[in-house]
Design a protein around this ligand. Structure first.
Ligand code: GDP
Length: 373
């Protein structure tokens, strides 16, 4: 084939095959762009014409290269995480890549956590989890990119800390980074004007620079894919039932020993043994409100799953079941009030001194953490 083509907006190599990767341009737009000599990738095109950031992702290696560039930049890092999927939002080794650059930690999707939960307590929890992952953010803030709540607090923090630095927004895919940037664009009409009129400064790699104020830029970086994200195992239809859209209403169960909860056919929780004094053990399930939870006896659970996955236990549907990796079992014993986390799906809060098992599609992380709530 001929010479590679590059987007005149962000400098990414143009490709027409993967709409979720950088440099994607639909075939028809490629033709037009070549004709009028202004070839933009779809991401730059939509930003210029619709003031909208389209999410794109990078592979591990490319992402690491990009992070290495940030280390050498004079940057304020805005690190966006999904508080509903905190563990799945972690960029491994981020603290090593940012070098001396300061970090603002943004816990997005606060709208899905119960209103009754104190935001100050939640912020403390997010900060502690970040510290445990080796991150020492200058500040930690919660917001909802979707409804715009507290986005102005973030803008105030950015103003306070950026000094003469550019602002780099980083995050794994699906944490809501694009939604957040679009919300910032919406709340800054001045910025929006600049974007539609100015030409993007061509940058070296896949980053998009958005003018922010007089002489600063906000840099959108592609998200890194976490291969173990639940999102990669489910169809768009099934995802609707597992990705929380609204405030989660915790579902509380009083379980006897040796009982099982099925979350659709995508996950399973077994209470094996409890040394709490009472006869029953209270557990609270935090999942999308529409995800069906079915309770059975542990002794029947395997048979029940075999007979009813894809029917009573759904999502996924019967047709999609074949694409779901087999559920794999992970056993834990708690010493304090803890969350059994099925990464990207939700969690079950259990008391101290219980033995439990969590099941998730092979490849999806299952872990125990200090209880969030
Ligand atoms: P990106 O890959 O990090 O750029 O993520 P997107 O901005 O594409 O968002 C991923 C998904 O999360 C989309 O379905 C969004 O609608 C949803 N989302 C983003 N921000 C929020 C939020 O504040 N609250 C809720 N409930 N959902 C959000």
């Amino acid at each position: 084939t001929s010479e590679p083509l590059y987007c005149i907006g962000c400098g990414a190599k143009i490709q027409t095959t993967d709409s979720t990767a950088v440099g994607y341009t639909p075939q028809s737009a490629l033709k037009k762009g070549l004709e009028n000599g202004e070839l933009y990738c779809q991401r730059c095109f939509r930003l210029r014409h619709y003031n909208e950031i389209v999410p794109v992702s990078l592979t591990d290696d490319d992402f690491r290269r990009l992070l290495a560039q940030i280390r050498d930049a004079n940057a304020l890092i805005v690190y966006v995480v999904d508080i509903f999927d905190f563990n799945g939002s972690m960029i491994p080794g981020l603290h090593r890549f940012v070098g001396d650059n300061p970090i603002l930690l943004v816990g997005n999707k606060e709208d899905v956590l119960p209103r009754s939960l104190k935001r100050s307590k939640l912020t403390d929890w997010v900060r502690q989890q970040a510290n445990a992952n080796g991150l020492r953010p200058l500040a930690t803030t919660l917001l909802s990119a979707k409804n715009g709540r507290d986005v102005d607090d973030l803008l105030t923090l950015i103003d306070k800390y950026r000094g003469d630095r550019d602002v780099y927004v980083v995050g794994v895919t699906n944490v809501g980074k694009s939604t957040l940037i679009n919300q910032i664009l919406k709340q800054n009409s001045g910025v929006a004007d600049l974007i539609t009129t100015s030409r993007f400064p061509g940058t070296t790699l896949d980053k998009i620079e958005i003018p922010l104020g007089e002489d600063h830029v906000l840099v959108d970086t592609p998200g890194i894919m976490h291969p173990e994200q639940m999102a990669h195992f489910l169809s768009a239809g099934a995802l609707k039932y597992v990705a929380p859209q609204k405030e989660i209403k915790p579902r509380v169960y009083q379980l006897q020993g040796e009982q099982t909860l099925f979350m659709g056919a995508v996950a399973r929780f077994d209470l094996l043994f409890s040394t709490t004094d009472s006869r029953t053990t209270g557990v609270s399930a935090y999942f999308e409100n529409n995800l069906m939870i079915h309770r059975t006896k542990l002794a029947h659970a395997d048979d029940f799953y075999r007979d009813h996955a894809g029917e009573i236990l759904t999502p996924p549907s019967q047709e999609e079941l074949a694409d779901l990796p087999e559920l794999t079992r992970h056993e834990f014993r708690t010493t304090e009030k803890s969350d059994l986390v099925i990464e990207g799906l939700g969690w079950i809060t259990v008391p101290a001194n219980v033995t439990i098992a969590g099941w998730a599609p092979k490849g999806v992380n299952v872990l125990l953490r200090r209880a969030m709530i």
